[in-house]
Design a protein around this ligand. Structure first.
Ligand SMILES: O=C(O)c1cc(=O)[nH]c(=O)n1[C@@H]1O[C@H](COP(=O)(O)O)[C@@H](O)[C@H]1O
Length: 234
């Protein structure tokens, strides 16, 4: 099985902080993720500055009508992300439109992976019930995952708990990117469907996404190195 790689989520509104984390984590992580917190505070040019040759996961989780998502993704092309996110629950037509827009707007050899977010790792069965979905998170993730891959997504964002059923349904091909990662002994927070780095690696995650356990650590570099060691030993 291919090694599981580490993405750090640089979740901050602050340019100096993002730059400091990106620099100190060079060589300790495999990619950086910038999302809405940083983008809404600092804008797209700041993303370009922080990315600066690094592998960029641009996580803006687009979810709108097909035309708007397609045009939005086209507007992001100058940033040359390696990965982009859309919400699978936007539906088949939205996902298809996203894929067509990305195929048209990005050079074929630098086309970003389109990742469809299935069920947010902060949601449990009760939260799904609240929004009218009376399936387990696992059932809903597999359903949305099948739809998204059929419609042209390259991969999925899911929790580590759904990797095995997704691989059963969809095989090895979809890229599985897994947040909700908490090293053993972490305090509980807004993440509900969690696993440790080693558990995610053993389950077959292609990438794990880790934010606060690295960025809120007193020593982010040591925290990232410890996670890499855990992945390597899994
Ligand atoms: O798309 C994502 O990256 C994502 C999807 C999801 O279901 N859950 C989730 O936590 N994320 C992101 O992954 C990161 C997790 O950060 P921490 O909870 O601090 O490790 C955040 O930047 C979230 O926005």
């Amino acid at each position: 099985m291919a090694a599981t790689r580490l993405i750090v989520a640089l979740d901050t509104q602050d340019m100096t902080q993002a730059r400091q984390w990106a620099t100190q984590l060079d060589g300790h992580v495999d990619a950086i993720k910038l999302g809405m917190e940083f983008t809404y505070a600092q804008g797209l040019d700041a993303i370009r500055q922080i990315a600066d040759g690094r592998t960029l996961f641009l996580d803006l989780k687009l979810h709108d009508i097909p035309n708007t998502v397609a045009k939005g993704l086209t507007s992001l092309a100058p940033l040359q992300p390696a990965m982009l996110t859309i919400h699978a629950s936007g539906g088949r037509e939205m996902i298809r439109a996203a894929r067509e827009a990305v195929d048209a707007a990005y050079p074929a050899d630098r086309r970003p992976l389109i990742l469809a977010v299935t069920v947010l790792t902060s949601m449990d069965a009760a939260a799904l019930h609240d929004i009218g979905i009376d399936r387990t998170p696992q059932e809903q993730v597999v359903r949305l995952g099948q739809l998204a891959i059929e419609a042209g997504a390259d991969g999925l964002v899911c929790s580590a708990q759904e990797i095995a059923p997704l691989r059963n349904a969809l095989g090895r091909r979809p890229v599985l990117v897994v947040p909700g990662i908490r090293p053993a002994g972490s305090a509980s927070d807004d993440q509900k469907r969690i696993m440790t780095p080693a558990q995610a690696a053993r389950a077959g995650a292609d990438w794990i996404v880790v934010g606060r356990p690295i960025t809120r650590s007193p020593d982010p570099t040591a925290a990232a190195s410890a996670i890499q060691a855990e992945l390597a030993d899994a």
